[in-house]
Design a binder for this molecule. Structure first.
Ligand code: FBP
Length: 549
């Protein structure tokens, strides 16, 4: 291994905390709850998951410390990086070794592809030790291949059988855990003796519910972004000459933007779920920002910080409709449009869209019109995540203020800086919370394996309390599912958790945002602290804190 930093060296010695139920090892006493159903579409889910549906929710009590049978386990990292993934694997390793020192762990490489293509490495103690408490997924890599066909399931079976693997752990987001459940069902219904366990991962924070209090990585990623936002707020308040427009990752839900707003108190934070609920237009969003900029300028403050969630554009009803029309229009005229230059494509779209869509299209800055027509994915669809919403809003607000200045209703100065924070946080060294939570999730997955369960998600609850009070157990994945219409088909999926407008985190934000808008009330969280007093090192997110009050 290459040279490691002094912090990484010191951090390697950190011993993550475990829930009391797991401190004597992964051979636990299992307490079964009542049979479960699904969050909606119960009969349809039951018909799809004939052998795994209805399993009881489980909680664990500490066992007698005697251990269990040796087991060969395979592990996969699936989807985007999230801080703490290595600790899930370390916890899993230690957990299966506590069942029996003869247990072995295999990591499939580059995500689900490794399982299907039989590419793996054995994860020995030396390998694991080099990655304890580190960020990233580089131990075995990750990938976004979806595991969903019978051919893939059969290939997975062969890869596992070759290595004597009788348990698979899939570390991923809502889609990957849905697929983990499909695989569990396939194995069980075909009487293949391989169990499948899921672990809740995603910085986006949208894999959560009554039983999964948070997805791992959300805590650390939000702390990294909040440190950066705080630094920018302080710079803005020092130089007093820029408005900073900061886009924050989170493909769809605005949990990250909301958490960062709660940690840093910016002047503006847009929450996509509110935009959709209020059916806001792009124009009204711009107007709201303009009002704040003008109010601050009237108080002599020509600077500010605005947070914009990555997924915003798809939550603005008129833009969503425009994108859908554009996708159809450009696909239907692909040959003709492909032969045009960039400006030609924009003119073609403006001429052929419906009147409403054309009005919205023409209201966008030229750069965004170009992006919408030119940056398309291999299926011909607009690549929404590439749209530079932070630049678009900064430009549109600037244009509006210019008009106001000409009309004499605004006399301030408006200079902008734009930023996008996403990849900066996904591989950070996990905070104490994520280090402990992830290690516990992995160790807990070993307990589920030891208990011979399949189709479960590793669940560690009560996380606002000391780890000794954390509740370890397993939740049937089918219990979190409903049916959604995706790509023209009804599919069983884990219900994605969006920001709830009647939830405590949003309500707290909504109750304070008017004050944060006009005052300069920035909070500067500073960098994640790994060593020091518990009140700066052992924090939970504001989101969880408020949800649990
Ligand atoms: P997961 O849902 O797989 O955890 O990934 C989330 C995410 O980090 C989003 O926030 C972001 O939109 C996306 O991944 C970026 O994907 P990519 O790594 O492919 O650029």
């Amino acid at each position: 291994m290459s040279e490691i930093s002094p912090l990484q060296k010191a951090r390697a010695a950190y011993a993550p905390k475990l829930p009391a139920a797991l401190t004597k090892g992964a051979a636990v006493e299992v307490v079964e709850g009542a049979p479960t159903t699904a969050v909606a579409d119960i009969e349809k889910i039951k018909a799809i998951f004939t052998t795994t549906f209805g399993s009881p929710a489980l909680t664990f009590k500490a066992g007698d410390g005697k251990g269990g049978k040796a087991v060969n386990v395979g592990v996969i990292l699936s989807g985007g990086q999230a801080p703490g993934g290595h600790n899930v694997i370390a916890g899993l390793f230690d957990g299966i070794k506590s069942l029996s020192p003869a247990s072995r762990l295999y990591g499939f490489l580059k995500g689900p592809d490794g399982l299907v293509k039989d590419e793996y490495m054995e994860l020995t103690g030396d390998v694991i030790d080099a990655y304890r408490n580190t960020g990233g997924f580089d131990m075995i890599g990750s990938g976004r291949t979806k595991l969903e066909t019978d051919e893939q399931f059969e290939a997975a079976r062969k890869s596992c059988e070759k290595l004597g693997i009788t348990a698979l752990v899939i570390i991923g987001g809502d889609d990957s855990n849905t697929n983990a459940c499909m695989l569990a069902e396939y194995f069980k219904s075909h009487k293949i003796g391989i169990s499948v366990t899921g672990c809740p991962k995603t910085i986006d924070g949208d894999l959560k519910n009554e039983w999964i209090e948070t997805s791992f990585g959300f805590d650390t990623a939000c702390r990294v972004y909040s440190e950066l936002i705080g630094n920018i707020g302080r710079d803005a308040n020092s130089a007093k000459k820029y408005w900073h427009f900061i886009k924050l990752m989170g493909r769809s839900a605005s949990h990250i933007a909301l958490e960062c707003a709660l940690q840093t108190r910016p002047n503006i934070a847009i929450i996509s779920e509110e935009v959709a609920a209020k059916k806001m237009t792009l124009g009204s969003i711009v107007d709201d920002i303009v009002k704040v900029v003008a109010a601050r300028a009237a108080n002599g403050m020509n600077f500010g910080v605005a947070l914009i969630p990555e997924g915003l554009i798809e939550f603005i009803p008129e833009i969503k409709a425009l994108i859908s029309e554009l996708n159809d229009l450009l696909a239907a005229n692909a040959a003709k449009v492909d032969a045009m230059d960039k400006a030609g494509k924009v003119a073609f779209a403006a001429d052929h869209l419906s009147a409403d869509a054309a009005r919205v299209f023409k209201s966008l800055p030229m750069g965004i019109e170009m992006q919408l027509c030119n940056d398309r994915d291999p299926h011909g669809n607009v690549q929404v995540s590439l749209i530079e919403t932070e630049k678009m809003l900064a430009e549109m607000v600037g244009a509006k203020l210019k008009e106001m200045k000409a009309a004499g209703s605004y006399a301030g100065k408006f200079s902008t800086q734009t930023h996008f924070f996403g990849y900066e946080g996904r591989c950070a060294a996990p905070s104490n919370f994520d280090a402990d939570y992830c290690y516990s999730l992995g160790f807990n997955a070993a307990a589920l394996i030891g208990a011979g369960r399949t189709g479960y998600m590793s669940s560690v609850r009560n996380v606002t309390k000391a780890s000794s009070e954390w509740i370890a157990g397993g939740i049937p994945i089918t219990m979190m599912m409903n049916i959604e219409h995706r790509h023209g088909h009804d599919k069983p999926v884990i219900r994605k958790a969006l920001v709830e407008l009647d939830g405590a985190p949003f309500k707290f934000f909504a109750a304070h945002r008017a004050e944060w808008a006009v005052k300069t009330a920035y909070v500067y969280p500073g960098p994640i602290q790994y060593f020091g007093p518990a009140e700066v090192c052992d924090l939970v997110t504001k989101t969880i804190e408020l949800e649990h009050k």
